[in-house]
Ligand binder design. Structure first.
Ligand code: ZN
Length: 253
């Protein structure tokens, strides 16, 4: 048994090598989508936001991981994954009448800001309680949890019939919102220009599609569950998934 697990570990290592440099705490494809699409989250979401925007909220949950794209990493714009940037995002999203972005402002902006807050809240649980900090165990665990979620968690009804239909769109990551939030956050020194968001969204979308293909190649959750027992002994991923759902619910205004 141990030899089998070792072989799986080595095989996953090769896959994880392709993700070098990425510091996700939960994966997006589909863990972040799934966490934000849970019924408990939707119940709270509709109390505050237009229920029709729930699918956009779920898609927007991957937004902060634009920070992991080569463009954002290489140009020093990975600050968009931080809590301080979230404050700037909230500031812009909640001030529709500010003359600087009045003409660009959309009712989706507060929803996108809420999704970013939800993402960071879920990552906080993963970082502090479950995902080991050292590489490559970190990346392997994220990938294995993604595979388990892919097979074991249902696709939220409003999103489609298959996880493969769920991905981040430009509407769920408005380049104008990112521009103004990053402009304020960096005092105009290192804003995220709209072309950068569009370019990086293409990379993130492709990496999410590649992750879905990888989960399908695995044929089921069994191998990944065995791998998780080996890499994170004594901890059940479902417990921490549940704690992340609670954190997402609590993060909603
Ligand atoms: Zn993240």
């Amino acid at each position: 048994m141990r030899a089998v697990v070792m072989r799986m570990w080595l095989a996953s290592l090769l896959v994880a090598a392709a993700w070098t440099g990425e510091v996700r705490a939960w994966g997006d494809a589909p863990t972040h989508f799934s966490l934000c699409g849970e019924p408990a989250v939707q119940e709270k979401f509709v109390l505050r936001f237009d229920p029709g925007l729930f699918p956009l909220f779920v898609e927007a949950a991957a937004g902060p991981d634009l920070a992991n794209t080569l463009l954002f990493q290489a140009s020093g714009r990975d600050y968009i994954h931080g809590a301080a940037f979230l404050a700037a995002l909230d500031y812009v999203a909640s001030r529709p009448k500010d003359r600087r972005w009045r003409s660009a402002w959309r009712p989706t902006w507060p929803v996108i800001a809420a999704a970013w807050r939800a993402h960071l809240a879920a990552d906080e649980v993963a970082h502090s309680q479950y995902v080991p900090p050292d590489s490559p165990r970190h990346e392997l665990v994220e990938l294995a949890v993604d595979t388990c979620v892919y097979y074991l968690k249902p696709v939220p009804e409003a999103l489609g019939d298959s996880w493969r239909e769920v991905n981040i769109s430009e509407a769920a990551c408005d380049p104008a919102l990112l521009y103004w939030a990053s402009y304020l956050y960096t005092g105009g020194r290192l804003p995220v220009y709209p072309w950068m968001t569009r370019e990086a969204l293409g990379s993130l979308r492709r990496s999410i599609e590649a992750a879905y293909e990888l989960h399908e190649a695995r044929g089921g959750p069994e191998g990944s569950e065995a791998l998780l027992k080996f890499l994170v002994p004594g901890k059940d991923w479902k417990t921490f998934y549940g704690a992340s759902v609670t954190a997402v619910v609590n993060s909603l205004p």
